[in-house]
Design a protein around this ligand. Structure first.
Ligand code: CAA
Length: 389
């Protein structure tokens, strides 16, 4: 349609290192089936000492700027729940590393894993107001829980960058949205901690309640019927959650919940999350990338999105895949970002996990570990110094 607005380009990045779940299981004695089948995770991305949400976000966004230029980008929205500063937006560092024009507005958004969807929806609103402008959305996160806690197996890290524009080449985002908010403490991270706190069982219960409630609102707002959707991109704290969520949605709507039907709807969206782990704000859009990057042709097909952010806020909405979308994918770059990761042994993983940056405001170089394009090079006078190589 004339007013189609949505995702014009989509690019994913992850970390230097990876920890296989087999290694974690070897340390803690967990039967590996619990990880591979029970939660549906194979491995998790682990950031190097000189990687954070800025370096991953810049790595995801750089190919988009290289392809489209920055002339029409008037806004950068950075979504994260792993923020590095209470005041300054991580997006300003990315804006600087990518050499974006000074005539840009930049802001950071937060509501747990829902922040990426908030950024996407706000970007659509801006493009609706001025159809010539493009908005760069960056969703970047590090999922970190305490060592030897139940959450440890659901860690991970990644960034997704999306260029939001009129007449998008990949996915047209539709009205309406189904919305849901409830004040709960299922997962949170106080300012003095770098690892999240979580009530695992409660978080799954609230997630499923949010799926049901957001869908109910979507239906009341006049949305599509469930049968029309080809696939569903759920927020994936671990890939098994997408199956749980879809089973719950089918149940809610009074459908059969046979496993092959659920598999057809969600399996293709899990390929990247299964080996990267939880990437919070980026997770549902890594699901979209995995879906689009698979072989069959989705042109014209509606895809459902369910974004969930603990605390909690959820949104269900639809997108239609654009004709000719396959020419604009980054399938080989995504594969490369996953395959190039270096495998950690348990001791090296533990050392990275226990490491924290000095807080004395002194002059500290950060050990060079990443071979990626962007790195955190030093701390100096309470400031972070980044480098593009
Ligand atoms: N073979 C196959 N399956 C096995 C198995 C084996 N040997 N052993 C156990 N399992 C299965 C269990 O049956 C269970 O499956 P079901 O839930 O389908 O029954 C699954 O493996 C997990 O087992 P447990 O529930 O016993 O695992 P746990 O107590 O270690 O907790 C967890 C799992 C709650 C996900 C925990 O890892 C956690 O707290 N993670 C962080 C919180 C989280 O990710 N919550 C998700 C919803 S909140 C959200 O989505 C926002 C966000 O990003 C955080």
């Amino acid at each position: 349609s004339d007013c189609a607005i949505g995702i014009h380009d989509l690019s994913c990045a992850t970390t230097e290192f990876v920890l296989p779940h087999a290694t974690l299981a070897g340390h803690n004695g967990t039967e590996i089936g619990k990880y591979h089948v029970g939660i549906g995770q194979q491995s998790m991305s682990v950031p190097a000492a000189d990687e954070d949400v800025v370096t991953m976000g810049a790595a995801a966004a750089a190919p988009i700027v290289a392809r489209h230029g920055a002339d029409r980008i008037r806004t950068v929205v950075f979504a994260t729940e792993s923020s590095i500063d209470q005041a300054k937006s991580a997006g300003v560092y990315v804006h600087s590393l990518l050499g974006l024009p000074s005539a840009t507005r930049v802001v950071e958004l937060k509501q747990a894993c829902y922040g990426g969807t908030a950024a996407l929806q706000f970007a659509i609103g801006l493009v609706l107001r001025d159809r010539r402008q493009q908005v760069l959305v960056v969703a970047s996160d590090i999922s970190k829980y305490d060592l030897d806690s139940p959450g440890e197996s659901t860690q991970g890290a990644a960034a997704v960058a999306m260029l939001v524009a009129a007449d998008p080449a990949l996915v047209r985002i539709e009205e309406p949205s189904g919305l849901f908010t409830v004040d709960v403490m299922d997962f949170w991270r106080p300012n003095y901690r770098d690892a999240a706190l979580v009530d695992g069982e409660e978080s799954i219960t609230v997630y499923l309640q949010a799926v049901e409630s957001a869908w109910k609102d979507y239906t009341e707002q006049g949305g599509r019927s469930l049968d029309e959707f080809t696939a569903f991109c759920y927020h994936q704290p671990f890939t098994k959650m997408a199956y749980k969520a879809h089973r719950h949605l089918l149940n809610t709507c009074g459908y059969d919940t046979d496993e092959s039907r659920i598999g057809r709807a969600v399996e293709r969206t899990t390929a990247y999350n299964r080996v990267i782990g939880n990437s919070y704000t980026a997770s549902a859009y890594l699901g979209l990338a995995a879906l689009l990057d698979q072989a069959d042709d989705l042109a014209g097909r509606p895809v459902g999105f369910l974004s969930y952010g603990s605390g909690s806020v959820a949104e269900f909405f639809a997108g239609t895949v654009a004709p000719g979308y396959r020419e604009h994918l980054r399938t080989s770059a995504h594969r490369e970002a996953i395959d190039r990761r270096r495998t950690l042994d348990y001791a090296a993983y533990r050392e990275l996990h226990e490491r924290s940056l000095p807080t004395d405001g002194g002059d500290h170089p950060v050990p060079q570990q990443t071979t990626g394009a962007f790195r955190l090079a030093a701390l100096r006078g309470h400031k972070r110094i980044y480098e593009r190589r």
